[in-house]
Write a protein of this length. Structure first.
Lengths: 248, 328
């Protein structure tokens, strides 16, 4: 089985955001970069499929030079090889999808897996966009997945329930928390990852028609108040919620 | 040059979902900025009469794509239908609500139209025919201001941020049936069924009041306390990642960076410390209350009101006090 996983390198979730001088992006100095947490679910699912189906997992990553460490993380988990699509510039969704599609298409995968969204841009566009560009069915944000033969069933959360989706392969699937428990890379895995092949590929030109005008910190909430201690404060809080906050 | 506005009407299991009226309201604001008309697009099977409802929101026209093939949602099917309607209507602007369906459908439709989109927007303004939208990124730690140079400009709006409201001028929208040929699309992934645990429950993303529990709840059984509290005040129970990772609550209850983003009128955090990743999910809440026995808990920094104390002692009393007020 030919499995492709698309991953992205992102700032760590604990990162204290500091904006660059013209407020067009982050000041990257001091940021710890990691493999996008949602992509870990995708890599894990790819590895499970590989183990069940005698398959091969290829990791595709669009990003700057430093993104190689995210690729190595995926290889250390057990992916077989990788392709790094080099681009030092930040890309918006459709440009990212086009760059990925260009590289994924000739690989003729049976399954393409991704994390449901990257935790920096938080768009959650890739599964749908990549599916469209590859002319494959797409299922986004799955928390359950079963693949057997040429078809599969996925579960995805919707408001107040879960959709059960039937699909045929090949397909593009993005993974949400709850799908699986990503394995930690073993020491052996880390050592072996250094020997696995990481090819370079060129990024198809970006149109850059979504423009970032600026980044800013969110407005801070006005300071709140501690109403009191213990259950004695409950009556006062209830009154404030009704009269002052009008929240109830 | 005037441009028309199109918005998506979300129809599922025989019902028009309320977010559709939020999208209509935003569409109506954009329609006046763009000096155009406002058209709603609904896709489904056996779609009921809906023009009267939408007329109040300033909708001029409704395009209905009614076909048995759309009985259950499919990304490819709905995206192809939507794309065909867009190609026919030629709007300058398209609005979706960033719901589970919207966030799956809008990017596929955008890719079909060879454009990009601005997702999960919480604010927007228009100048010279260009929408400038703000959207949270990095789990809400930063707000990004973006513009799309594509036509149409497609935006998805975060649910419950833009309150739905009637237009100044009520319209009588004509309903146009769009003739969709099922040959035009190959549907290879489709919804087979929708599972709902224990009847229809209001989703966290739709709730006006949320009572949330964290590590301080100590065990899953204690969540009954919050369930009773929530029920008493008309709310829904959420959970922090700690409670979900401990298997005390299902993942669908999780509020936070790797869970749901919620925007209720009232968020009551019980035994939740307030990690950055949790705040990412609830900082859009209008009013935040924190109950925690640790006075240093970071949640108190963003809460509007706090009680330092044992939640097991505080919550029952708070429930009674709120019930007294609600019953007045």
């Amino acid at each position: 089985m030919n499995i492709v996983v698309c991953v992205k390198q992102v700032p760590d979730t604990e990162t204290r955001v500091k904006l660059n001088s013209d407020q067009t992006w982050l000041d990257e100095s001091g940021i710890t970069f990691i493999l996008n947490p949602y992509d870990e679910f995708a890599v894990e699912e790819a590895l499970k499929l590989k183990e069940a189906n005698d398959g091969e997992v290829t990791v595709i990553c669009l990003g700057p030079e430093r993104a190689q460490s995210a690729i190595r993380s995926a290889l250390a988990m057990g992916a077989d090889k990788a392709v790094h699509i080099a681009d030092e510039n930040l890309r918006m969704s459709i440009d990212t999808a086009k760059a990925l599609a260009e590289v994924v298409k000739p690989l003729n995968p049976d399954v393409v897996l991704l994390g449901k969204q990257s935790i920096d841009t938080d768009n959650a566009h890739m599964a749908s966009m990549l599916g469209e560009l590859l002319d494959l069915p797409s299922v986004s944000s799955v928390t359950k997945l079963e693949i057997s033969g040429n078809s599969g069933t996925a579960g995805r959360e919707i408001e107040g329930g879960q959709e059960v989706i039937g699909f045929s392969l090949p397909a593009v699937i993005s993974c949400h928390k709850g799908l699986n428990e990503p394995r930690y890379a073993s020491l052996k895995g880390i050592m072996m990852s250094k020997k696995k092949s990481v090819e370079s590929a060129e990024a198809v030109e970006a149109e850059n028609k979504v423009k970032i005008k600026k980044l800013e910190y969110p407005p801070s909430r006005p300071p709140g108040k501690i109403v009191g201690e213990g259950p004695e404060a409950a009556a006062e809080l209830a009154k404030l919620l009704r009269e002052e906050a009008k929240a109830i | 040059m005037s441009q028309n506005v199109l918005f998506f009407i979300e129809f599922r299991e025989g019902e028009i979902r309320n977010v559709s009226y939020e999208a209509a309201t935003v569409g109506n604001k954009l329609k006046s900025e763009f000096s155009g008309t406002l058209t709603g697009v609904v896709i489904g099977s056996e779609i009921p009469e809906l023009s009267a409802g939408f007329g109040k929101y300033g909708v001029d026209k409704i395009v209905k794509v009614d076909n048995a093939v759309f009985g259950n949602y499919s990304t490819e099917g709905y995206a192809e239908a939507f794309k065909q309607v867009v190609s026919n209507e030629n709007p300058g602007v398209v609005v979706f609500s960033a719901t589970a369906m919207g966030r799956d459908l809008a990017p596929r439709a955008a890719a079909k139209l060879n454009v990009d989109l601005l997702a999960d927007c919480t604010e927007f303004s228009v100048e010279d025919g260009v929408i400038t939208a703000k959207r949270p990124i990095l789990a809400g730690k930063t707000i990004m201001t973006v513009q799309s140079e594509y036509t149409p400009q497609i935006i998805t709006i975060r649910p419950k941020i833009f309150k739905s409201g009637f237009a100044e001028e009520e319209k009588s929208p004509e309903v146009e049936s769009f003739d969709f040929s099922t040959d035009s699309v190959s549907i290879r992934a489709r919804v087979k069924e929708i599972l709902r645990a224990g009847g229809k429950k209001l989703d966290l993303t739709e709730a006006d009041i949320i009572v949330s529990g964290g590590r301080g709840m100590k065990n899953p059984e204690n969540f009954t306390l919050l369930e009773e509290f929530a029920e008493a005040i008309g709310g829904v129970v959420g959970a922090s990642r700690a409670a979900v990772d401990a298997d005390w609550r299902p993942h669908s209850d999780q509020v936070g960076q790797t869970g749901k983003v919620v925007s209720p009128g009232l968020y009551i955090a019980c035994g939740i410390s307030g990690a950055i990743q949790h705040l990412a999910g609830m900082s859009s809440s209008k009013c935040v209350v924190a109950i925690n026995k640790d006075s240093e808990a970071p949640i108190f920094k963003i809460a509007d009101y706090g009680i330092v104390g044992d939640l097991f002692a505080v919550v029952p009393v708070l429930k009674e006090e709120l019930l007294k007020i609600l019953q007045k």
